[in-house]
Design a protein around this ligand. Structure first.
Ligand SMILES: *[C@@H]1O[C@H](CO)[C@@H](O)[C@H](O)[C@H]1NC(C)=O
Ligand SMILES: *[C@@H]1O[C@H](CO)[C@@H](O)[C@H](O)[C@H]1NC(C)=O
Ligand SMILES: *[C@@H]1O[C@H](CO)[C@@H](O)[C@H](O)[C@H]1NC(C)=O
Length: 285
C-alpha cells in the first residue's frame, strides 16, 4: 500500500511538471494524465462549483456525483489540495437524455457490471478540472450509455443499438460544436465497458469480425476489457479501467479489518459451465 501511495505521489509530482509544459507534451503523456484525472475524480468527493451560464445546448448538467469518497490516501489528499488549474481540463458534452439519462429509468443501469459508463460520467461532472468552456478543454467526454438495454429473459444487456447510438451521438457533437472535426475525435473519450469493449458484441468472433466502429478508431476508449494485447478490439487508444463495483458494497461486506467474515472473494460476471447455460443462473447481475 505504502509503495503504491508513493508511486502515486511520484506520478502526481511528474504530472505537475508535464502539465506546465506545452500542449505537445500534454498530448504525449495524455494517456496517463487521463488515467490520473479519472483516478482523482473517482476517488475524491468534489466540491462542485456551479458554473456560470453557457450556451443553451451545452450548459453543464447539475447532476450530483453519486460516488462518495471511500478512501483518503495521502497522495490523493495532496492532489486535492493542489490547484484545480493544474489538472487536465475535461469537457463533458451535454447530450440529449436519450443518449444517457433516459436509460437510468432502469435501476440496474447505474449498478450492474458494466455501469462504469454511468459512474465515470457522474464523476466527471463533479471533477475539479472539468472545463466549463470547451475552448479550454484538453479532452472531451462523450457520455453515451450503451449497456443498459437489458434483455428481459436473461438480464444480459443487448448491444445491438450501441453502434447506431454512438454514431448518432458523434453526429450530434460534430454538428453542434467544432471540436470533433478539429481533431477528428482524437481528444474525445468514450467508455466501452462491455465485453470486447469497443467492438460492441459479447461474442468474441462476432466482435472481431465487426471491429471497432470506424468513427471511434482515432478516439480514446476506456475499456474494462483487458486481455493481453494486441487484440483487434483494443486497437484504438485503449485505456484499461476496472469493472464497476458499487461503492456501497462495503456496507454489505465490510473490509476484513473492520469485520470478521468468511467470504473473501467478490465475483461479478458470468460463470462458464458445461453445458453452457446463459439463463442467468450463474450471471451476477
Ligand atoms: C433494445 O434491444 C432490443 C433487442 O435487441 C431492440 O429490439 C430494441 O430496439 C433496443 N432498444 C433501443 C431503445 O435501442
Ligand atoms: C464537421 O464535419 C461534418 C462532416 O464533414 C460537417 O457535416 C459538420 O457540419 C462539421 N461541423 C462543424 C461544426 O462545422
Ligand atoms: C439452464 O438453467 C436453468 C435454471 O437456471 C434451467 O431451467 C434450464 O433448463 C437450463 N438449460 C439448460 C439447457 O441446461
Amino acid at each position: 500500500m505504502k509503495l503504491m501511495a508513493r508511486r502515486a505521489q511520484l506520478q502526481h509530482h511528474q504530472c505537475h511538471q508535464h502539465l506546465s509544459l506545452k500542449a505537445l507534451h500534454l498530448w504525449k503523456y495524455y494517456k496517463w494524465i487521463l488515467w490520473l484525472a479519472l483516478f482523482i475524480c473517482l476517488f475524491l468527493t468534489t466540491t462542485t462549483t456551479t458554473p456560470t451560464s453557457y450556451s443553451f445546448l451545452f450548459r453543464p448538467l447539475h447532476l450530483k456525483p453519486l460516488l462518495p469518497a471511500k478512501t483518503n490516501p495521502p497522495a490523493l489528499v495532496e492532489s486535492r489540495k493542489s490547484s484545480s488549474a493544474a489538472l487536465p481540463k475535461i469537457y463533458v458534452y451535454e447530450l440529449p437524455s436519450r443518449y444517457n439519462k433516459d436509460w437510468l429509468s432502469n435501476s440496474r443501469c447505474d449498478s450492474h457490471l458494466f455501469a462504469s459508463e454511468v459512474a465515470i460520467h457522474e464523476a466527471l461532472l463533479g471533477y475539479p478540472g472539468r472545463a466549463v468552456d470547451p475552448n479550454e478543454a484538453d479532452f472531451f467526454f462523450v457520455p453515451v450509455y450503451v449497456s443498459c438495454n437489458f434483455s428481459t429473459p436473461n438480464g444480459f444487456p443487448s448491444l445491438h443499438h450501441a453502434r447506431p447510438l454512438l454514431s448518432s451521438a458523434v453526429d450530434f457533437v460534430s454538428s453542434h460544436l467544432p471540436f470533433w472535426n478539429l481533431s477528428h475525435g482524437r481528444d474525445h473519450v468514450f467508455v466501452a465497458s462491455h465485453d470486447y469493449g469497443a467492438c460492441f458484441h459479447a461474442m468474441e468472433d462476432v466482435a472481431i469480425a465487426d471491429g471497432i466502429p470506424e468513427f471511434m478508431k482515432r478516439s480514446i476508449i476506456l475499456q474494462t476489457f483487458g486481455v493481453r494485447p494486441p487484440h483487434p478490439c483494443q486497437q484504438a487508444e485503449h485505456v484499461l479501467i476496472p469493472p464497476y463495483v458499487p461503492p456501497d458494497i462495503e456496507d454489505e461486506w465490510p473490509a476484513p479489518e473492520k469485520a470478521r467474515r468468511d467470504i473473501f472473494v467478490f465475483f461479478r460476471g458470468k460463470m462458464e459451465v458445461r453445458p453452457k447455460n446463459v439463463s442467468g443462473r450463474f450471471y451476477s447481475k
